[in-house]
Design a protein around this ligand. Structure first.
Ligand SMILES: *Cc1c(COP(=O)(O)O)cnc(C)c1O
Length: 473
């Protein structure tokens, strides 16, 4: 009976190997590992895949099996990866990488207590948004060249979990039970299940569709207004582009109409970009800065798209609307914690002090193609030979993450080939530590270095070598 050869869990735990492991990883983890190893052996015996000799070998090396098991069990599942896809805001890869300043701020604040909701002057309960509002308003006032006092009377700020939450909360706080006008051309799905008609329904508002899919004029909005209209919603269509026979009302026209009718205009802006619209090259790229200049009653934006900060949703609008939003019990449900305020504050400070190049997303967007080309040439040179072919090819990087569809940036990539199919190489790259995420075009693996931090070029070279070695092993 092979089962008889197996020690009991207790016997394994009394062994000297277990004692050493317990000192490092604790008794619970080692006990759990011992159960797992013995359990697996029982399954293998039952399946007939273990014989007397092979089992004896495994048992002799119990210490190693136990250690492997403990290590694997406590391995984090969330790990850093190298993004060589050229998609700057890759939602599946965690969107915006945080700046050094944002990370330092998290470390400075989150390891201890903080004045998150505490007024240091009054000694009484304070608002969390005191840690986002002043910095955002100060930055936006400076960027739009408005006096701060005047600006601060017009705008107030609330931060929630993400832009989807911000949009939902705004609709529910201001328009519940009433009608909201939305152009048929803006009844979109942003991705990840965020569909405008469904969000409206769940927020308890009645969707009043305006115009047609391709053409919606200001007159269409005007004729759709009723006594029940609580809000006009403008949605930045983010991930698709309409071409041909199209028309849409300008935001300024909507704002004028809203003011005449006494109905607030709410813009789901999305990108949160604080760069000048001109800099973003694409003429119709939505920018938070441009929205603030135009001045709808309320704006929702993401923190981790073009702003380059932590995941959050920023609501920026007229103080009386923000009051209604803060009074909604759902505001409490959707609130963010001190890590987010710390990182957001530091990110905004980079814009306020014009050191926004320290924000990885901004640096990647601004990186000149010639610089990327030179880095690609160096990487290609370093990996070429020993069965690896590498060359530098022009490609287009993508903004991604719900920024204007079709907005691309000229870039360069290392095209890599090593005698195996592209998907085989791609999979081997994913097996590295850290994993390298690349893309395939015409059966060739491409590594766009725009989205790889320059400091990691040497690491990338090592990982590429390791991957090819792994393939031939
Ligand atoms: C991306 C986006 C959202 C969703 O933002 P999250 O921060 O991912 O929740 C909503 N609206 C628009 C216009 C967007 O671009």
């Amino acid at each position: 009976m092979l089962y008889r050869m197996l020690p009991s869990v207790d016997e394994v735990l009394r062994g000297s190997a277990s004692a050493v492991l317990m000192e490092v990883h604790g008794r619970m983890a080692v006990t759990h590992a011992a159960r797992a190893v013995l359990g697996r052996l029982r399954v293998e015996i039952a399946a007939g895949t273990q014989g007397e000799e092979s089992l004896a070998d495994v048992l002799r090396d119990m210490a190693a099996a136990l250690e492997r098991e403990v290590r694997e069990a406590i391995l984090p599942s969330l790990v850093p990866v190298l993004n060589a896809t050229g998609v700057v805001l890759h939602t599946n890869l965690g969107r915006a990488p945080l700046s050094r300043a944002a990370l330092d701020e998290i470390v400075r604040v989150a390891g201890g207590y903080s004045n998150l909701e505490f007024g240091l002057e009054t000694g009484e309960r304070g608002r969390r948004d005191q840690h986002a509002e002043p910095m955002l308003l100060q930055t936006l006032a400076a960027m739009t060249e408005k006096p701060l006092e005047q600006f601060a009377q017009r705008w107030s700020v609330a931060v929630v979990n993400n832009c989807a939450a911000a949009t939902f909360l705004a609709l529910n706080s201001i328009a519940e039970g009433g009608e909201v006008l939305v152009s048929r051309g803006e009844l979109v799905e942003i991705g990840g299940g965020f569909r405008i008609p469904e969000i409206l329904r769940k927020a308890g508002v009645v969707l009043r569709e305006v115009g047609t899919t391709n053409r919606t004029r200001i007159a269409d909005y005007a004729s759709a207004l009723t006594a029940n209209t609580r809000m006009i919603l403008r949605v930045h269509p983010s991930n698709f582009r309409m071409e041909g026979f199209t028309a849409k009302a300008e935001l300024a026209e909507l704002i004028a109409l809203g003011e005449r009718a006494g109905v607030p205009v709410f813009e789901d802006q999305g990108t949160g970009s604080l760069l000048s619209p001109e800099e973003l090259e694409a003429n119709d790229e939505s920018s938070l800065l441009r929205s603030v200049r135009e001045g709808p009653a309320l704006i929702a934006a993401s923190g981790d798209k073009l702003m380059g900060g932590p995941q959050c949703g920023i609501l920026l609008g007229e103080p009386k609307l923000l009051e209604a939003i803060r009074a909604n019990p759902l505001f409490r449900v959707l609130r963010v914690d001190k890590l987010t305020y710390a990182a957001l504050g530091a990110t905004l400070r980079s814009y306020a002090t014009q050191t926004e190049d320290d924000i990885p997303t901004v640096r990647m967007l601004r990186m000149k193609p010639e610089v990327i080309r030179a880095r690609c040439a160096a990487v290609a040179e370093a990996i070429r030979g020993d069965g690896i072919e590498a060359s530098v090819v022009p490609v287009q990087s993508v903004m991604g993450g719900g920024t204007t569809a079709g907005t691309t940036l000229s870039s360069f990539a290392v095209e890599m080939h090593c005698g195996v199919g592209a998907s085989v190489l791609l999979a081997e790259l994913r097996r590295q530590t850290p994993p390298v995420i690349a893309r395939v075009q015409h059966e060739r693996v491409l590594l766009d270095l725009r989205t790889v931090a320059p400091e990691q070029d040497t690491l990338l070279v090592e990982l590429l070598h390791d991957a090819v070695r792994g393939l031939s092993a």
